[in-house]
Design a protein around this ligand. Structure first.
Ligand code: AMP
Ligand code: MN
Ligand code: MN
Ligand code: MN
Length: 285
């Protein structure tokens, strides 16, 4: 398979912080011309069987997927896993442990918001949650928009949910080593998600890429909904430098919130190894 493939290997359903079901996403991806699809819910693979069955019903090739939250150099980083065995016990256990602290963290976030006069945010956010183990900042953001505190979710994150703001609670997720090992030991490929989104110094970013590679990580997202055209070029260069394959995914969450639709990204730039070349024998048809 070549570079020129409408692969969309990153999106979210109601099983994490998206607003569409796995079936609705499959239909939307298919309608938008996606030729290879993966559902990558945060820290959760509970939607994989539904996504795979729906993809098959559309005749759309499918890779299993997830997006694991890790902590690296004091920041939250996301590692996408593709093409793993979704019944792997160690991976399921690792993801369960990663989800474990979310309820408590959400209660603390709510207390932080109450201190600045926003009451009932935990209960409010819960109304948007599809999976009780996966209450996320996104659900708080939806509640604060609906209750008129902010105009859109971007404003909620800026004013309330990022480092130093009243609803932000520092959290320790999985380690880089664990996430990469769970994915690779289950037969999948680990991928650094949207690298331009982190606020690392060049030295920290170099450390992330080197350690990721040393643990067995094999790819990086180059074309994603959260990169600019200049960032496609920068991370294509990084992929070359670290001999990593390249991935492509919209990170679609919701028709109302996501600015990049499923299947609507530019193709991967030339001369990169597409991650789907590493995963040819893991594709479900
Ligand atoms: P959590 O896993 O609970 O920390 O929530 C992280 C999620 O919040 C991400 O996966 C995004 O969906 C969303 N998010 C993070 N930053 C922003 C932002 N600046 N604007 C909108 N959504 C964001
Ligand atoms: Mn998300
Ligand atoms: Mn992410
Ligand atoms: Mn994502």
């Amino acid at each position: 398979m070549s570079q020129i493939l409408n692969a969309d290997l990153h999106c979210h359903s109601v099983v994490s912080d998206g607003t569409l079901t796995p079936e609705e996403l499959a239909a939307r991806a298919h309608a938008n011309g996606v030729e290879l699809w993966a559902l990558t819910d945060h820290d959760e693979i509970g939607g994989q069987q539904r996504a795979m069955a729906a993809a098959r019903a559309h005749g759309m090739p499918y890779l299993t997927g997830t997006e694991v939250s890790i902590t690296f150099a004091g920041q939250t980083v996301h590692i996408v896993g593709l093409g793993f065995d979704a019944t792997d016990e160690r991976m399921k256990q690792g993801l369960r442990a990663t989800r474990g602290g979310r309820s408590e963290r959400a209660q603390e976030m709510s207390a932080g918001l109450a201190a600045v006069g926003i009451h009932g945010a935990y209960e409010g956010a819960l109304r948007y949650v599809g999976n009780p183990e996966l209450i996320s900042r996104t659900h708080f953001a939806r509640f604060l928009v609906e209750s008129g505190v902010c105009q859109d979710t971007g404003e909620v994150f800026r004013r309330f949910l990022t480092e130093g703001k009243p609803g932000f609670v520092p959290h320790r997720w999985a380690t880089l080593r664990d996430a990469v090992t769970w994915i690779t030991d289950a037969g999948g490929v680990a991928i650094i998600a949207h690298p331009a989104r982190y606020n690392f110094t060049p030295t920290e970013e170099y450390a992330l890429f080197s350690e990721f590679k040393a643990h067995g990580g094999r790819a990086v997202e180059v074309v994603t909904g959260s990169h600019t055209a200049a960032e496609y070029v920068k991370y294509a260069d990084m992929a070359h430098e670290f001999e990593l394959a390249a991935s492509r995914g919209s990170d679609f969450h919701s028709p109302d919130e996501s600015h990049t639709d499923l299947g609507a990204l530019p193709y991967l730039p030339g001369k990169l190894t597409p991650v789907w070349e590493l995963l040819a024998n893991r594709i479900h048809r």
